[in-house]
Each structure stands twice: as C-alpha cells, then as structure tokens.
Design a protein around this ligand. Structure first.
Ligand code: XMP
Length: 321
C-alpha cells in the first residue's frame, strides 16, 4: 500500500543517493512546500543541510519572525537569514510586466542563494539546492507532456543559465495534500503544515503596477487585516487562500469623514480549491466581507475601496499576475 511513511522512506533514500556525502542549501520561503522539502532533506542528510531564508521585502506582515522563530523551534534546523530587501526593490524598479517581475524575482533569488553559498564556503562545499517544487508547478510551467507555459513559477521556469547548483526536488511528484501529510509524518507543527499557499514572488505579484516600498507597506496592512478577520471567523480551513491585490495604478473617488479621497482599490480574491489547478471563488459570509472592508478602509489611509473577485479558475488564475 502507498502510505505517507513509504513516500517519506522512498524520498529519504533518493535524497541520500543523490546528495551522497555532499552538502545542501535550502531556501525557506515560510510556506509548507519549502518547509517540508527541507525537513525531508534534513532527515536524509542531517546537519549537512543549511537553510537560507531570504527576506526579499515582498513578505507579508510577521512572516520573517514566523520562519526564524517557529520553524527553527520546531526543527532545530541551521538557518541563515539574508536581508535582501533593497536589492529586490532596486531590481524591480520601473517594472510592471508580470512575467518580467517573476523572472527578475526568480533570478535575484538564485543569485542571493549563490552569494549565501559563497559565504558558507568556509564550512565546505554546497553543491545542492533544495526546492519545494510540486507536481502542479511542474505541469503549469510546461514541464509536463503537452502543456503550455501559463506562468513562470519562479522555482521552475525562472532559473538563470549560470545556475551553479544541482537541484534536489523531493516534492516533484506530489500534490499539496500529500505534501501536508508528509509534513505531519515528519513531525512539523500544524501551523506550518496547514499553512495556506503563498507564491514565491510574494507581494511583488499582488501589486498591479510597479512595486515600491510604499505600495508594499499599503498592501501589507490590508493583507494583514484580511487574514486576521478570516482567521477569527474560523475560515482558514474553508478557503484555499485569499490573495489581497493592490490595484496600484487605479484610483477612484471616495468620501471619508468630510473629505473627498482619491485612493486605491484592493481586491479580495478568496478561493476554494483542491490543488490550485482549478479553483472556485469562495462564497464568504457577508458579515465577514463587511468587517474586512470596513477595517481596511478605516485603517489603511491610501485604500478607499474594497472589491471582490468572483472569477473561477479557469478562466482567471488565482493570482492576478
Ligand atoms: P495561479 O495564479 O497560477 O496560482 O492560479 C496557483 C497557485 O500557485 C501559487 N503561485 C505560486 N507559487 N511560486 C510559487 O511557489 C510562484 O511563482 C507562484 N505563482 C502562483 C498561487 O498562490 C496559487 O496557490
């Protein structure tokens, strides 16, 4: 019988065979995929794994602390944090095209890891790079037979030609629900295993228009409010994820207090899904929508309108870029 523990055993054996006596780096994003991939590799090669967490400045509120505190507490893994916020902002300056953003973010990610590798050289050679690529990522990036490239997922399609690592991708044959079961099998806490997906390019692809520090701050506030309200309504397990998207180049007229405003809209994109290949928009309770809308427009000065995305996938993808 094909059990979760047999998946773990098989992957651990494969990883050992691939890496041999070598050393590996794993980038942690804060999401379940990289967390489970790293935990699998750690089980296979122990402290020859070093995890690298890149703060690319496109994270949501509190995410860096979650990785540095919760994940390290749960696994005891060796972690290096790289603060690359300025580097990513500079690379993204003036860029509005979604595919270009994805490629830039993917490329910078790899470059930052390569820099981290050079910094780690003193302790020995790291030749392997662990990635939490899932089966749906492989298929949607054109890696499967007869499929088109829909979006460049940064962990598949955006790798530069001068890549200096051999990839280790222990989740490449798995769907999300299997990854969660593997995580539980490996003893990771529920908060990590049941975490909703968040794209590698982060808030960079949830700002429609140029990514700037100010816009990131606006989106971070709106997103934190939406997540807080969804969590306190007990809806985290009902929805697959709920991207909050800032339409940074759109303005609309509003009225707040006695004054006319000319602010930005944010879009709520709550979706239900099994594996992200298809999705339906989630019929959120009106009172929850109302609380989110009222709080965002009250607490985030630059946002004066909250709109709801009621498009399934297909035809809409889950993310707007
Ligand atoms: P789309 O927008 O293609 O998203 O319907 C499907 C799922 O994938 C997530 N996503 C990504 N995850 N790197 C990732 O690791 C990416 O570049 C990326 N783009 C989208 C998205 O949040 C959804 O869960």
């Amino acid at each position: 019988q094909w059990t979760t523990s047999s998946i773990v055993d098989e992957q651990v054996a494969r990883i050992r065979a691939q890496i041999g006596g070598g050393k590996a780096i794993c980038g942690l994003s804060g999401g379940v995929d990289s967390a489970v991939a790293a935990a699998l590799v750690q089980r296979a090669i122990g402290d020859r794994l070093t995890c690298v967490f890149v703060d690319h400045g496109l994270l949501r509120a509190g995410e860096r602390a979650q990785v540095e505190r919760d994940y390290v507490a749960a696994t005891g893994v060796k972690l290096v944090t790289v603060d690359a916020r300025e580097r990513f902002l500079n690379a993204l300056a003036g860029v509005t095209d979604p595919e270009e953003k994805r490629k830039i973010i993917g490329r910078e990610f790899i470059r930052v890891f390569e820099q981290a590798e050079r910094d780690l050289k003193a302790e020995g050679d790291y030749q392997f790079l662990v990635q939490g690529t899932l089966y749906p990522d492989v298929v949607e990036s054109g890696g499967g037979a007869g499929t088109a490239n829909i979006k460049s997922h940064h962990n598949v399609g955006g790798l530069p030609d001068d890549l200096q690592f051999t990839l280790v991708e222990p989740l490449r044959a798995l769907f999300k629900d299997e990854v969660r079961r593997v995580g539980t099998e490996l003893g990771l806490p529920e908060t990590i295993v049941q975490r909703q997906p968040f794209p590698g390019p982060g808030l960079g692809i949830r700002i429609i228009g140029e990514v700037t520090a100010e816009r990131l701050e606006i989106l971070r506030k709106a997103d934190a409010i939406a997540r807080e309200e969804l969590t306190s309504a007990g809806l985290d397990r009902t929805i697959w994820q709920c991207p909050v998207v800032l339409l940074a180049d759109v303005r609309s007229v509003g009225v707040q207090g006695d004054g006319r405003t000319y602010g930005h809209p944010v879009v709520l994109r709550p979706v239900s899904s099994e594996d992200a290949m298809t999705a339906d928009w989630t019929r959120l309770p009106y009172d929850v929508l109302e609380r989110i809308s009222t709080r965002i427009t009250n607490e985030v000065a630059e946002v004066n309108r909250v709109v709801l995305d009621v498009t399934s996938k297909p035809p809409g993808t889950i993310e707007w870029e």
